[in-house]
Design a protein around this ligand. Structure first.
Ligand code: NAP
Length: 493
C-alpha cells in the first residue's frame, strides 16, 4: 500500500526516520520498518525504522554525551531555547495539528488545542527553569555552613502513550531540558510522527544534537534497554497501570528515579444543589473529549436522586447532537477510536451493563459508511451499578454510565471505591459541602464545578494505582532535579 501522509504547509515536518544523536536515522539495526495508519480509515500514513535494544543504546549514548555540555549551560540559555521551541510550535500549529489528527484521529480543532496545550508546558518550564534555586540551612555548629544545590538527574527515558501524542511529550521533555537533563523518548507506535515533528522544531530552536533522541518500534526491547541501562537515571512513563508497574520493576536493579502517570477511573458527582447547565457542560467536556480516550475522563457519573431525571434528560439532548466522523472533516466532534480493540472494549462494557440491568437512554447512530471497528457512537446509560464492568475499568471510549445515589456519604463511598486515584469531579453550589467533599475524595486532582483539571501551572498526577510524582506546576521540574547538600566545615571566625 502506498503511503499518503497529510498535506502540510511545511512538508519537512513529516519525517520517516528516528532521531539519534542529532541525525535522522532511516534504518534500524533490525533492518525492519513498521507502518503507522490513519485510525479513521486505515490508510497507511508512513513507515519508520523498527528500533530495538541496539538503537536504544545508541540513543542513550548520544544523550549521555550531550548531557555533559547541556548541564553546564545557563538556565537563561536553556530558557531561550525553550522559548524559541514554544514560538515554533505555535507558528506551525496547523501542520502539527494535521500530523497529530492524522495518526491519532482527534478532530483537527481539538488537535490544534492539544498543540497549544503542549506548547504551554514549554513556555511554563522555560520560565520555571530560571527559578530553580538552592537553599541554605542553619548548621549544627558555628564553623559550618550547609548549602543545598539542585542538579539535573541526567539522561531521562520518557515513554508516552498515543492519546495525547504532543502534550505527554512536552510535559516531560520541557522540564527535563529546563533542568539541564537530556532525554530518550519512546512515543507510542501509533503516534510517533508528532514526536518526530516536535524534535525537528526543537532542533530549529537551537536544542543541541543528542539532547532529544527519539526511538520507536519494538516497545518491550526499547523499554528493556531504557530501564536496564545504568546511564539512564530517570524514567518518566505515561500509560497503563499494567505497563507502568512492569517498567517500575524493571527499573529496580539500577535504582532509577521513577515517575508514573497511569490509568484512572474518575468519578463525576452531581449533587442536587448543582448548577444543572454547568454540570451538563462539564460532563460533556470531561467525558467526550478525545472520544473519551483521556486518563482524566469522567468514567463514573454519580447523580443524586433529586436532580437525576432532569440531568439525564439534558445530557441525552447534548449527546444526540454530536457529529461523528473523520478528524479532518469540518464540524466533527467525535473522531475514531485508536483501533478495533478500543471499539470492542466499549461494546463489551455496554453489553455487560445492559445484561446486568442498565438502561440505554441515548446512542447517536453512526453515520452511514463509518466502520464500527473504527468509530464508536456516544452512549448514555442509566441504572448503572457497582457490579458492572464500567464501574471498575476505564472504558476509554464515549460511553457515559450514570449511577444514582441518595446522600453525600454514599456518593463519597462510591467515588472512592476504586484502586485508582487520578482525578475526581463534583458539582455543588453548597460551600460547606464543597470543602467537605473536596477533602474526602481520594485522588491527586479534584475539579469542583469544572470538568477540566489539566493546566500547565498546576500539578497533574495521581495516587494509588494512578501513579507516582507530578507533572506541570512547580512540582514538575523537581522530578528532573536531585538536591545535593554541600557542607562547608572548619570555617574560622
Ligand atoms: P500503554 O499500553 O501502557 O502504552 C504506553 C506506552 O508504553 C506506549 O508508548 C507503549 O508503546 C509503551 N509500552 C507498552 N509496553 C511496553 C513495554 N513492555 N516496555 C516499554 N514500553 C512499553 O498505554 P496506552 O494504551 O498507550 O495509553 C492509555 C493508558 O494511558 C490509559 O490507561 C490512560 O489512563 C493512561 N494515561 C495516563 C495519563 C496520566 O497522566 N495519568 C495520561 C494519558 C494516558 P507502544 O504503543 O509502541 O506499544
Amino acid at each position: 500500500m502506498a503511503a499518503s501522509p497529510p498535506v502540510l504547509n511545511d512538508p519537512s515536518l513529516w519525517i520517516n526516520a528516528v532521531r539519534i544523536g542529532g541525525h535522522w536515522r532511516d534504518s534500524a539495526a533490525s533492518g525492519e520498518r513498521f507502518g503507522v495508519h490513519d485510525p479513521g480509515n486505515g490508510q497507511l500514513l508512513g513507515t519508520l525504522p523498527t528500533c530495538g535494544a541496539a538503537d536504544t543504546r545508541d540513543a542513550i549514548d548520544a544523550a549521555q554525551l550531550a548531557f555533559k555540555a547541556w548541564r553546564k549551560t545557563t538556565a537563561e540559555h536553556r530558557a531561550q531555547v525553550l522559548e524559541r521551541w514554544y514560538d515554533l510550535m505555535l507558528e506551525h500549529v496547523d501542520d502539527l495539528a494535521r500530523i497529530l489528527s492524522a495518526e491519532q484521529g482527534k478532530p483537527l480543532p481539538e488537535a490544534a488545542g492539544e498543540i497549544r496545550y503542549a506548547a504551554s508546558f514549554v513556555k511554563w518550564f522555560a520560565e520555571q527553569g530560571k527559578r530553580v534555586g538552592g537553599y541554605s540551612i542553619p548548621a549544627p555548629t558555628a564553623d559550618r555552613r550547609i548549602f543545598v544545590a539542585k542538579e539535573p538527574v541526567g539522561v531521562c527515558a520518557l515513554i508516552t502513550p498515543w492519546n495525547f501524542p504532543a502534550a505527554m511529550i512536552t510535559r516531560k521533555a520541557a522540564p527535563a531540558f529546563a533542568a539541564g537533563c537530556t532525554v530518550v523518548i519512546k512515543p507510542s507506535e501509533f503516534t510517533p510522527y508528532t514526536a518526530l515533528a516536535l524534535a525537528e522544531l526543537a532542533t530549529r530552536a537551537g536544542l543541541p544534537d543528542g539532547c532529544m533522541n527519539i526511538v520507536a518500534g519494538d516497545a518491550p526491547a526499547i523499554g528493556g534497554e531504557l530501564t536496564a541501562h545504568a546511564d539512564v537515571r530517570k524514567l518518566s512513563f505515561t500509560g497503563s497501570t499494567r505497563v507502568g508497574a512492569l517498567l517500575m520493576r524493571q527499573c529496580a536493579d539500577t535504582i532509577k528515579k521513577v515517575s508514573l502517570e497511569l490509568g484512572g477511573n474518575a468519578p463525576f458527582i452531581v449533587f442536587d444543589d448543582a448548577d444543572l447547565d454547568l454540570a451538563v457542560a462539564g460532563v460533556i467536556a470531561s467525558k467526550y473529549r478525545n472520544a473519551g480516550q483521556t486518563c482524566v475522563c469522567a468514567n463514573r457519573i454519580l447523580v443524586q436522586d433529586g436532580i437525576h431525571d432532569a440531568f439525564v434528560a439534558r445530557l441525552a439532548e447534548a449527546v444526540n447532537v454530536f457529529i461523528i466522523g473523520h478528524g479532518a472533516q469540518d464540524g466533527v466532534g467525535i473522531g475514531p477510536l485508536i483501533n478495533a480493540d478500543a471499539c470492542a472494549k466499549v461494546e463489551r462494557h455496554l453489553q455487560d451493563a445492559l445484561d446486568k440491568g442498565a438502561t440505554l437512554v441515548a446512542r447517536t447512530p453512526l453515520p452511514d459508511g463509518l466502520d464500527p471497528q473504527r468509530y464508536s457512537a456516544p452512549v448514555l446509560l442509566t441504572g448503572v451499578t457497582a457490579d458492572m464492568q464500567v464501574a471498575s475499568e476505564e472504558t476509554f471510549g464515549p460511553l457515559a454510565p450514570i449511577f444514582r445515589f441518595t446522600d453525600e456519604a454514599e456518593a463519597i463511598a462510591l467515588a472512592n471505591d476504586t484502586p485508582f486515584g487520578l482525578a475526581s469531579y463534583f458539582y455543588s453550589d453548597n460551600l460547606h459541602r464543597a470543602w467537605r467533599v473536596a477533602e474526602a475524595l481520594e485522588s491527586g486532582m479534584v475539579g469542583v464545578n469544572t470538568g477540566s483539571v489539566a493546566v500547565e501551572m498546576a500539578p497533574f498526577g495521581g495516587i494509588k494505582l494512578s501513579g507516582l510524582g507530578r507533572e506541570g506546576g512547580e512540582a514538575g521540574i523537581e522530578e528532573y532535579l536531585e538536591p545535593k547538600a554541600i557542607h562547608f566545615a572548619g570555617l574560622k571566625s
